[in-house]
Design a protein around this ligand. Structure first.
Ligand code: PHE
Length: 447
């Protein structure tokens, strides 16, 4: 254990966990889920899910991670040796695998859009041409596959290095710059003609649009966006030192993550309405809307290059964090070097990722319901596996582990009345509110 890495500074801890949380989930997935879910009502449920389920669930993962200082399977095993709880860890690793295999596809799209903005910029084309560009690219065979393989190689190189140098360095520099750029772009979108309609769509709930499957998607999105439910935060917090304040870090992550998603919504929806596009066009939404934005804005080429570099890095830091779960597990459980563990994991990502990418093109006829392979993987990971992982982790921390662990990790003192109240509220959420809500939403949302 003593040879496990540590995050060097508290800022590094925050930036690395924010780096994991903020990614395609906020900028690509959130807007298209809002678009599919009908706008403001989805947003409202999403915010409730972040506050009421997300923050306590982040804390639950932090407690398990820092208490055990182990990978996601080892963590459950260490706290409850010999029990079946380790299966929650295995579920997390499986979820990580599934997400990584399609996350690299979308990260690849980002890389391609960076290439396109470097080559010609997005200038003077019609909205239809940008839609066409996306469908031609995403349904082709080699360009998306080449992009995803490049990404997997870059990730592999970073992951196989020691934790501190790799992940921390990348996140610390890039995340703040991304944030500033998002603010600039959202101001730009707000100045577009017809922007208010987009803002109304995003912020004014229309409850007639809300049904049970939309609620399930909003909860799933909250899990996905905050990197919850698959042990990613368990793995990261296993590298935290004792002086990291867990409740504060959890609240900061949830707030920053929500803010970035909102900014992304403020960039996308005014533009959707201003350019007469369709909000519910699915996974391509952001890739179709943004080129229109860049084609209108002054110095669009420079903005687009900067934006895609940063989006690419945001995606990469999230991709890294998922891969870290898988690699940490393979390394520590099979006792092989980090380098070999990375090679094994990355080869699988590259293979399954390529098949997944082809499901937009040559393999698009293989459908389940109306979902291609990509959608099936995304749906099952986000709406089923992550919430299930979150539910089980909450039960684990709420019901199973020794209260002393919670007290120690949250730095609570039983002689302090305020602390006792905090502990009671927290465990009430973990024991009842989170499991019951997720269970009911999953069952009803699937029917
Ligand atoms: N939270 C990341 C994003 O928003 C994705 C992710 C999911 C990362 C699950 C880790 C675990 O892009």
């Amino acid at each position: 254990m003593s040879n496990r890495g540590h995050f060097a500074s508290k800022f590094g801890v925050l930036m690395a966990t924010v780096g994991s949380a903020v990614g395609l989930g906020n900028i690509w997935r959130f807007p298209y889920q809002v678009g599919n879910g009908g706008g403001g009502a989805f947003l409202l449920v999403y915010i409730l899910a972040v506050v009421l389920i997300g923050i306590p669930a982040i804390l639950a993962e932090f407690i398990v991670g820092r208490e055990s200082h182990a990978n996601v399977v080892g963590a459950f095993q260490k706290i409850r040796p010999g029990s079946n709880w380790k299966w929650v860890g295995y579920l997390g690793i499986l979820t990580g695998f599934v997400i990584d295999c399609y996350y690299c596809v979308v990260t690849g799209w980002t890389l391609y859009y960076l290439y396109a903005s470097l080559k010609t910029g997005f200038l003077g084309q019609t909205p239809e041409a940008y839609s066409q560009m996306f469908s031609t690219f995403s349904s082709s065979v080699w360009p998306p596959i080449i992009c995803l393989i490049v990404i997997i190689i870059v990730t592999g190189l970073i992951v196989s290095n020691e934790i501190k140098e790799g992940i921390e360095r990348a996140s610390k520099i890039m995340m703040p710059i991304l944030f500033i750029l998002l603010i600039v772009l959202s101001v730009n979108s707000l100045l577009l003609p017809g922007a208010t309609e987009g803002m109304r769509y995003l912020f004014i709930p229309d409850f007639t649009k809300l049904d049970l499957s939309t609620i399930l998607s909003a909860v799933g999105q909250a899990f996905f966006s905050m990197s919850l439910g698959m042990g990613c935060l368990i793995t990261y917090s296993s590298y935290f030192k004792e002086d990291v304040n867990l409740p504060r870090t959890a609240t900061q992550i949830a707030s920053i993550d929500l803010l970035v998603a909102l900014l992304s919504g403020v960039i996308i929806f005014p533009a959707v309405f201003s350019f007469n596009l369709e909000p519910s066009q699915g996974a391509g939404l952001v890739f179709i809307v943004l080129p229109n934005v860049f084609s209108q804005i002054q110095f669009g080429m420079i903005w687009s290059i900067l934006f895609y570099i940063l989006l690419f890095i945001a995606a990469l830091t999230s991709f890294l964090s998922i891969s870290e779960v898988v690699v940490a597990y393979i390394t520590e459980s099979f006792n092989i070097s980090r380098k070999w563990a990375t090679v094994i994991a990355c080869s699988i990502f590259a293979f399954v990722g390529s098949v997944c990418s082809l499901s937009f093109g040559p393999l698009s006829d293989y459908q389940l319901g109306s979902m291609n392979l990509f959608d099936v993987m995304d749906f099952s990971a986000t709406n089923l596996m992550l919430p299930a992982g979150g539910l089980l982790t909450s039960i684990f921390v709420g019901w199973i582990i020794d209260k002393k662990i919670i007290l120690r990790q949250l730095n609570l003192d039983t002689t302090n009345r305020q602390h006792i109240i905090i502990l009671k509220v927290f465990t009430f959420f973990l024991k009842y509110i989170i499991p019951a809500t997720i269970f009911v939403i999953m069952i009803t949302g699937l029917l």
